[in-house]
Design a protein around this ligand. Structure first.
Ligand SMILES: Cc1ncc(COP(=O)(O)O)c(C=O)c1O
Length: 367
C-alpha cells in the first residue's frame, strides 16, 4: 500500500540496470552529439519492428515534422487527424502551413473512425494521421485502404503504442510510422523519437530533413531546407540500455494493465478503453471513462479527490473543438470522451498493492 504522505505519480521513468553504464560509455567516448549508439539503436529498432528503414530523431513531434517534410506537405494541403488524442500531428500541420481536418473517433476504442476519415478526404488531402491512443492500435486495414484508394499517405503516430501490435507492430503498416521516446513512454531516451518506413526514397528524404539537408561526410552542402532533428549519442545510449530490457518493460506494463482490469472491469460507473480482439496492446496509460451519472461530481473533481488521496491522474485530451487555436468543428464523440476520461498511474514501478489502492479509491468515489 502507498506510504502515507507519498504521492503515487502518474508516470515515472524506470531504469533497468544498464543505463548508467552505457551513458557513461558514450560520455567517455566523447561522442556526445552523433555517435555509434545512434546507429546501434536504429539497427536494433529496425530489426525489432521488422522495417527496412528506421531513423532516430529528437522527439516524437520532430518525427511527425520530418515525415510531413519528406511527403512534401505544405500550404494548401490538408491532413486528416483524429479529434481525440495528443495534438502533435495537428500542431505540425499548422507549422508546415497545412490545414488539420479533424474527424471523430470510436466511442469505445477512442481510435480514429475510418468512415468519418473517408468522409473528410478531399482533393487537398495529402495524408491521414492515425494516432494510436494510449497503446491501442487503430483499424489499420480500413485506414490503409482509405489512403491507398485515394493515393494519399497514411502516417501512423505510434508515440503511445511502441510495442503494441495489430498483427504487425504498430507504426509499420502505413507509409510512415512515428514514435516518441519521451520520459513517460514505454522506452525512453529522455526526449527522443523515431520514424520508420518501407519506402527507401522517403527514408532518404527524412534523413536529409533531419540534418539540414546534408548527407553524412558531405559538409555544408544543403540539398533541402532541413532542420536539426538529430538525436544525440548520449540519448541513444540511454535508449539502447532500455531496449536491452524491452521484454521486462513490456511484461511490467502487461502486469499493470491486467491488475487494473481485475479490479475495475465490469464495475458500475466505469467504461474501460476497449481493445479490438486483434490488438495486443502495450498500454502507455491505463485509461477509462467515468459515467457522469455515477460520478456525479464530474471527472475534474474526481481527479482532485484522487490527488488528495495521494494519487496523480490525468484527464483525457482536450478536443480541438474547445481550443481557440483550432475551434472550427463540432466533435461530439471526442468532446464526450474528453470530459469523461481519466488515466491512472501506469509505469513499471507501480506495485500491485498500489493498483489495488488506486482502484479502491476510484471505486469509493461513486455517488
Ligand atoms: C500521440 C502522440 N504523438 C506525438 C507526441 C509527441 O511526442 P514528443 O513529446 O516526443 O515530441 C506525443 C506525446 O508525447 C503523443 O502522445
Amino acid at each position: 500500500m502507498k506510504a502515507p504522505g507519498d504521492m503515487i505519480p502518474w508516470a515515472k521513468p524506470h531504469f533497468w540496470g544498464d543505463e548508467a553504464r552505457l551513458v557513461q560509455e558514450a560520455l567517455e567516448s566523447t561522442w556526445i552529439s552523433g555517435g555509434p549508439f545512434v546507429d546501434r539503436l536504429e539497427e536494433a529498432l529496425r530489426h525489432y519492428l521488422g522495417v527496412p528503414h528506421a531513423l532516430l530523431v529528437a522527439n516524437g513531434t520532430a518525427a511527425l515534422h520530418v515525415a510531413y517534410l519528406a511527403l512534401g506537405i505544405g500550404p494548401g494541403d490538408e491532413v486528416v487527424v483524429p479529434g481525440f488524442g495528443f495534438l502533435a500531428a495537428a500542431n505540425i500541420a499548422l507549422q508546415v502551413g497545412a490545414v488539420p481536418v479533424f474527424v471523430e473517433v470510436d466511442p469505445e476504442t477512442w481510435c480514429m473512425d475510418p468512415a468519418d476519415t473517408e468522409a473528410h478526404i478531399t482533393k487537398r488531402t495529402r495524408a491521414i494521421v492515425a494516432v494510436h491512443p494510449y497503446g491501442n492500435v487503430c483499424d489499420l486495414q480500413a485506414l490503409c485502404a482509405a489512403a491507398e484508394s485515394r493515393g494519399i499517405a497514411l502516417i501512423e503516430d505510434a508515440a503511445e503504442a511502441f510495442g503494441s501490435r495489430r498483427g504487425a507492430p504498430a507504426g509499420t503498416s502505413g507509409t510512415i510510422g512515428t514514435f516518441s521516446f519521451q520520459a513517460t513512454k514505454t522506452i525512453s531516451t529522455g526526449e527522443g523519437g523515431l520514424v520508420v518506413t518501407a519506402d527507401a526514397g522517403l527514408a532518404e528524404k527524412m534523413a536529409l530533413y533531419r540534418s539540414h539537408g546534408m548527407r553524412r561526410q558531405i559538409y555544408y552542402w544543403h540539398e533541402v531546407p532541413g532542420h536539426n532533428f538529430r538525436l544525440t549519442n548520449l540519448q541513444a545510449a540511454l535508449g539502447y540500455a532500455q531496449f536491452l530490457h524491452l521484454e521486462e518493460i513490456v511484461g511490467q506494463r502487461r502486469r499493470i494493465d491486467q491488475a487494473y482490469r481485475r479490479h475495475l472491469e465490469g464495475q458500475e460507473g466505469l467504461a474501460l478503453q476497449h481493445f479490438a480482439p486483434e490488438v495486443t496492446p502495450v498500454v502507455w496509460a491505463f485509461a477509462l471513462r467515468l459515467d457522469p451519472g455515477i460520478y456525479a461530481q464530474g471527472r475534474d473533481e474526481v481527479m482532485r479527490q484522487m490527488r488528495a488521496a495521494g494519487i496523480e491522474t490525468r484527464p483525457g485530451f482536450y478536443p480541438p473543438s474547445v481550443q481557440p487555436l483550432y475551434a472550427q468543428v463540432s466533435l461530439p464523440v471526442c468532446e464526450g470522451i474528453s470530459r469523461e476520461v481519466i488515466s491512472l498511474p501506469t509505469h513499471p514501478s507501480v506495485s500491485d498493492d498500489q493498483i489495488a489502492f488506486i482502484s479502491e479509491t476510484l471505486l469509493g468515489m461513486r455517488r
